[in-house]
Write a protein that binds this ligand. Sequence first.
Ligand code: FAD
Ligand code: FO1
Length: 481
Amino acid sequence: MADLILFWHRRDLRISDNIGLAMARDRSANVVGIFCLDPAILKSDTMADVRVDYLLGCLTALRDRYTAAGSQLLMVQDNPLEIIPKLANAIGATHVFWNWDVEPYAQKRDNAMITKLHDLGIKVETFWDQLLHTPTDIVSKAKGEPYTVYGPFWKNWISKEKKTPYPTLEGAIGLTPDLQTIANSNGAISIPKLKELGFIWDSEQILEPGEIAAQDCLDQFTAKQIEAYDDDRNFPAIPGTSTLSPALKFGAIGIRTIWKTTREAMNVAQSDEAKLGVRTWQQELAWREFYQQVMFHFPVLADGPYREHFKQFPWDQNDRAFEAWCVGKTGYPIIDAAMRQLNETGWMHNRCRMIVASFLTKDLILDWRLGEKYFMQHLVDGDLSANNGGWQWSASSGMDPKPLRIFNPSTQAQKFDKEGDYIRQWVPELKSVETKALLSGDIDKSLRDRIGYVKPIVDHAVQQRKFKERYANQKAIGSIE
Ligand code: FAD
Ligand code: FO1
């Protein structure tokens, strides 16, 4: 009898350029996909409605792709360690294949799964798919150790040859009607509605779910925006970045496909500026890989500050200030615009992520983990490695704390939202305020009262001094290297 291979999808929600799935198809035509709605993940206190909505959209698209390829995507909802071995055994699967993930939860889950399946006599094969280079590929030449600083990581990473896309699944054979009936009586269900899972998202997604939409987005970006990316990526009022982050988070597009496209874009780029645009975008893809590889090698990052002694940092406790930051009512226009963009759309521009993270940690002097959690609860692309990396970078608590990063919100707005378009888009009560006052945040009291906009909740200069003093004290007592 031919091998029956179950391919377990988790954050690789596509049938094209998927290493593990291509390997499964190479072995046997009888390849069936499975996704497990995992209550431990969905009920975690860092879940976001918008992200689950995007996930369900990707699953629907994936199901249709499997059908078109001749097979099917099975859906289950339970602890994967119980339901997947049970179902695999019931339908007589000879193998389960999947792609690794770097997260601590994934490592634990997947190792336990290997044991469970082996106990049932089911073979397992696993692959590295979501990165261009596996976390153990890129190590320092001198010591063979993982990099903790981006610069040398990038140098090594870019010098290595990269794989080309893997073939799309086709000509697959699904379960017979009898086996489908057995699967159904062993937990297979249809894809639930968002509401049935306890989530609500009625607004649009910044990126349509599924692999076809992700590919279209990549094509548009490389045709129209990539050459100006080096400059345009800094201005939140213009569509200068790809908005591919949800697709990259859930693997709705293969990383080799993306890389191949950047190589082609580089080949056709005529000017130095255009080449720089492509290069800078490639560097952002490398940041994504850097943060994933450090999470793999240093999973303690997920629990808090990398530098042990930063755990003692005397953060303020101030629920009202935190609440004002969350809802976008701090009295700092650029901060309020960014937080409202996040709350309304589930996405925030990278420049603004850096500005609001600096504001939370250096102006409100609140523990960065509050912001990290809030982002995970609201971002469509919320990803443990990238989010934790971004927050530790902003808080100066991460791998590479120097220089001490403090952004002045007004200066940032003056540089990157010159005409105030971004602020006016997201803070409509400020629409009629003249640009100079809008950017500096220096709006006179009578005008504030009239338009109903709050007074700044802190004074940047005062808070900056306070933060620096605390930081210096921590250094003096040896808490910060
Ligand atoms: P583009 O500019 O088009 O970049 C292309 C891709 O490269 C992105 O889709 C993303 O996958 C990757 N990338 C770009 N910048 C970074 C970066 N600094 N770190 C890691 N990967 C990067 N990104 C997430 O995907 N999920 C998060 O939860 C997340 N949280 C963040 C929190 C903070 C405090 C900060 C400062 C950054 C965070 N980022 C996060 C990184 C970055 O802001 C987003 O990846 C980017 O804004 C997504 O928009 P885009 O797809 O248009 O990016
Ligand atoms: N993976 C799953 O296998 N099942 C899920 O139900 C699931 C939900 C989910 C929701 C939000 C999100 O950001 C990711 C989600 N994932 C889910 C993917 C998850 O990132 C991977 O399973 C990781 O390997 C977990 O560490």
